[in-house]
Design a protein around this ligand. Structure first.
Ligand code: TRP
Length: 345
């Protein structure tokens, strides 16, 4: 049971993925398929840490799966499944509840944000969420975790949990044949991507977000070509022309954002985009941007809708992925039980 390079990441089944998700995470995941063994998980157990309508949850799980496949995630190459089908996540999550310390979780900024003022009313699951996330990763002894920068703190916690487990059970781990005392690796965040920060089309200082009340602030992966063109047309800009160099972005977050989006979608460096469009008005640039955006995003939307016409096929894909995931996680869980002292048959 050697530790080998392995990628794990998870996405929440929220149903409404947007351009920020695509350029910030999905593109990266899809790229890594060619170089690594990859496990990608639709984290439905994480979703229910806040209330989810059961009918909508199923639909959103299929929707997210379809969108990832439409964007280029290949379920034959990578393992793609929904979390709740592999019991190792919840089992190891419980064990990690007993490894992680209250003091560690009390520092998690995302819990504070999500729980808001009425912390007494937050679910226990929302509080323990980072332990489950650590279990997601470590049930496969994954080494690389492509995530957005908002997940950095959770990943540090996963590293702390791995280390404390290795320390607490050191003698047992060595007795089980891990001579160096290392059972869980230290998973590393991979925070890169063509555009890690895609901003709102209405306010260049705010991240593009599914919770923004204005739908004009984001490009959803399900938007059709007309909608995408209209949103780009209406995107906030300033009266100045496009700068010729990146220094010209100072104090112009909307300009920087639109040019950044173009560069990421066209897979070109920002400098090259500025060399082509510098000095021009936004009206012409927006037409060019609408063209690349409808080409890429419109295609993903069309393909997602096509896949969603056959939900049974999506369920089959998830079931197949779950089987492959279980085959990796099951022997890890057996070792964990032996290490911790839990009798198994
Ligand atoms: N917490 C992550 C998010 O909200 C999703 C997630 C759950 C995840 N488990 C994970 C990401 C494991 C990476 C690895 O985006």
């Amino acid at each position: 049971m050697k530790i080998t390079p392995r990628v794990f990441s998870g996405m929440q089944p929220t149903g409404s993925l947007h351009l920020g998700n695509y350029l910030g995470a999905m593109v990266n995941w899809i790229r890594m398929q060619d170089t690594h063994e990859c496990i990608y998980c639709v984290v439905d157990l994480h979703a229910i840490t806040v209330w989810q309508d059961p009918v909508e949850l199923r639909d959103a799980t299929r929707q997210v799966t379809a969108a990832y496949i439409a964007a280029g995630l290949d379920p034959a190459k990578s393992i793609l499944f929904n979390q709740s089908q592999v019991s190792a996540h919840a089992e190891l999550g419980w064990i990690f509840n007993c490894v992680a310390r209250l003091g560690w979780l009390n520092r998690m900024t995302q819990f504070k944000e999500k729980a808001g003022k009425d912390r007494e009313q937050a679910s226990v699951g929302l509080y323990a969420y980072p332990n489950l996330m650590a279990a997601d990763i470590l049930a496969y002894r994954a080494t690389h975790v492509p995530v957005g920068d908002d997940q950095k703190q959770h990943l540090e916690l996963a590293r702390d949990i791995a280390q404390k487990f290795n320390n607490d059970f050191r003698d047992r781990i060595v007795a089980e044949g891990f001579a160096d005392g290392i059972f869980f690796p230290q998973p590393e965040p991979v925070i890169t991507g063509p555009a890690t920060r895609v901003m709102s089309l209405r306010d260049g200082t705010k991240k593009m977000s599914k919770s923004d009340p204005s739908d004009l602030s984001r490009i959803n992966l399900t938007d059709d070509a007309d909608t995408i063109a209209k949103k780009i047309q209406k995107a906030k800009t300033d009266p100045e022309p496009i700068p010729a160099e990146a220094e010209g972005f100072k104090g112009r977050p909307e300009a920087e954002n639109l040019v950044g989006i173009y560069a990421a979608l066209a897979d070109e460096p920002v400098a090259k985009v500025l060399a082509a469009f510098g000095g021009q008005q936004f009206s012409g640039f927006k037409k060019a941007l609408a063209e690349v955006a409808t080409d890429k995003v419109g295609r993903i939307g069309d393909e997602t809708r096509r896949l969603m016409q056959d939900p049974a096929e999506i369920d089959r894909i998830l079931a197949g992925g779950a089987g492959r995931a279980r085959a990796i996680a099951a022997p890890v869980m057996e070792k964990v039980k032996d290490i911790v002292g839990l009798i198994r048959s």
